[in-house]
Ligand binder design. Structure first.
Ligand code: GDP
Ligand code: MG
Length: 163
């Protein structure tokens, strides 16, 4: 059965870096339906022996402050709806912000499985901030470095039982 994984979270936490790390160059070709897929990218990911479709939520760069929150919510909810499991990414160096809490609420409401990722945690940097992630009420934060490729074995272990 095909597994679909959504990567969600506030801007700048490393979602696209994780997406690129997971897909290599296997960017999926999708219908360019105006207004529908504009803010989401799809790729074919491979991790250990697991193959799955991964969705990157992106593209708020051109949003005004007014429309930003509504658009983030809209496309995050759309990505969650399409996915079997979501990866909520936060920045382990910055710690938990009010916007992270906002995303955590959306995900808790979805009642679907969530894996909480404390990114930018290479070399154990930010491990104190990573522990703050417990506050989000989504279980144990999984320390990872999308940029350096650390923690992917633990991500595999978390995804494998869901696949
Ligand atoms: P997005 O807005 O959530 O998609 O975030 P990006 O993937 O664009 O990354 C935002 C910034 O964080 C970029 O400058 C990345 O190079 C940086 N970044 C991403 N992953 C890591 C990581 O694991 N460690 C560190 N130190 N920086 C990272
Ligand atoms: Mg991005």
């Amino acid at each position: 059965m095909a597994l679909t994984v959504a990567i969600v979270g506030r801007p700048n936490v490393g979602k696209s870096t994780l997406f690129n790390r997971l897909i290599g160059k296997r960017l999926a070709i999708v219908d360019d339906t105006p207004g529908v897929t504009r803010d989401r990218r799809y790729g074919e990911a491979s991790l250990g022996g697991l193959s799955f479709t991964v969705i990157d939520t992106a593209g708020f760069e051109d949003a005004s402050d007014d429309s930003l929150e509504a658009r983030m919510r809209e496309q995050t909810e759309a990505a969650i709806a399409e996915a079997d499991v979501s990866l909520l990414v936060f920045d382990a160096r910055a710690g938990v912000t009010p916007l992270d809490e906002h995303f955590a609420r959306l995900l808790r409401k979805s009642k679907k499985p969530v894996i909480l990722i404390a990114n930018k945690a290479e070399g154990h940097a930010g491990s104190a901030a990573a522990l703050e992630g417990f506050r989000l009420g989504l279980g144990h934060p999984l320390p990872l470095s999308a940029e350096h490729g650390e923690g992917l074995g633990d991500l595999y272990d978390a995804l494998e039982p869901i696949a």
